[in-house]
Design a binder for this molecule. Sequence first.
Ligand SMILES: [Zn+2]
Length: 90
Amino acid sequence: MGSRAKTYDYGNCHVCGERMEPRQIKQDFWIKDKLVVIEDVPAGVCPQCGERVVNAETGRRIAALIGSLKQPRRKRTLSVPVFSLLKEVA
Ligand SMILES: [Zn+2]
């Protein structure tokens, strides 16, 4: 019933056994050939070796976000030189 946000217990680092600290991290993902960065990802970060883990709910949210980014959006922009007949006459 505290006013602070509930922090998830990430347990101990599976690499070195150090206690994981809850942090907000930036996580980068390659989606096809584009690098996407998701900010404010709640994660457990190991202060010892830098290992990062996210909990299942965060993992689902990231997957959903990436899934929405992957939607085929075949929109291309073309820049075309525009000519004016008025200028040609001048
Ligand atoms: Zn570690």
